[in-house]
Design a protein around this ligand. Structure first.
Ligand code: ADE
Length: 240
């Protein structure tokens, strides 16, 4: 694992704050004006570690979450920063039925799919799901005691039954809103990529997702920050 330039692609500022603080990243303004993406620069041991959030929507004054902004963020970050590894830290929903708990942190493996791009046309059905392979995180996960699993991406925080059917069909255990989009762009450029996701809510319990998400966002973001730093430290110490 000989990575020198790592870029962390993130959606929400609330998720990124603790990582920015713990890694002492410096805010450098917009990554590429007039795009809203915010650029933070830093170093960890021998590694360059940069972080780009998708910034705020000037019209609705909220963070740019979801698959569209993630694509623009990733394409811009690759063009500007030339990473040799892309990581997407974020929060996500987990599944009790898969043994998930709030506060768990997962590394994506072996793939990342879309659960809400339903295109029932020959060939386009599989294209819609995407099934992007990601970097083999098993060694990192085993060393650090993290879970691995299939990450599933969609445009909505909540779900309809068809989303759940799709997630079940490929064994998804983590539901979130950006990773497959980042995986797609990373794959076009052949840059290794994986996601690290901290669980804020359980999709298959009776509490509404938005309630559980808001309640656990801060603690899950702390757990995310703790674990992404352990992952970066592992990468810095395994430069063979
Ligand atoms: N982010 C955090 N929890 C989520 C969920 N249940 N679905 C999509 N994105 C999420």
């Amino acid at each position: 694992m000989k990575f020198k330039r790592i870029v962390l692609i993130m959606a929400m500022e609330d998720e990124a704050r603790s990582i920015i603080h713990e890694l002492n990243l410096i805010h450098k303004g917009k990554l590429l004006s007039p795009l809203p993406m915010a650029f933070y620069e830093g170093k960890y041991k021998s590694l360059n570690v940069d972080l780009v959030t998708s910034g705020k929507c000037y019209k609705h004054n909220v963070d740019h979450i979801g698959p569209q902004a993630a694509i623009l963020n990733t394409a811009s970050a690759i063009g500007q920063l030339h990473p040799d590894l892309i990581i997407n830290p974020g929060t996500a929903g987990g599944f009790m039925s898969a043994g998930g708990n709030i506060g768990d942190v997962y590394l994506s493996y072996p793939m990342i799919c879309y659960h809400d791009r339903r295109i029932p046309l020959p060939g386009f059905d599989a294209y819609g799901v995407g099934s992007y392979y990601c970097f083999d995180t098993r060694e990192i996960a085993n060393s650090l005691g993290l879970k691995t699993g299939v990450v599933s991406t969609g445009s909505s925080l909540d779900y309809i039954q068809k989303d759940l059917d799709m997630i079940k069909s490929y064994g998804g255990v983590v539901k979130e809103m950006e990773a497959a989009s980042i995986a797609w762009v990373a794959d076009l450029y052949k840059i290794p990529f994986f996601a690290i996701k901290s669980i804020t809510d359980l999709v298959d319990n009776s509490t509404p997702t938005e309630e559980e998400f808001l309640k656990n966002l801060e603690s899950a973001s702390f757990a995310l920050s703790r674990e992404i730093i352990r992952v970066i430290d592992f990468l810095a110490n395994h430069q063979e």
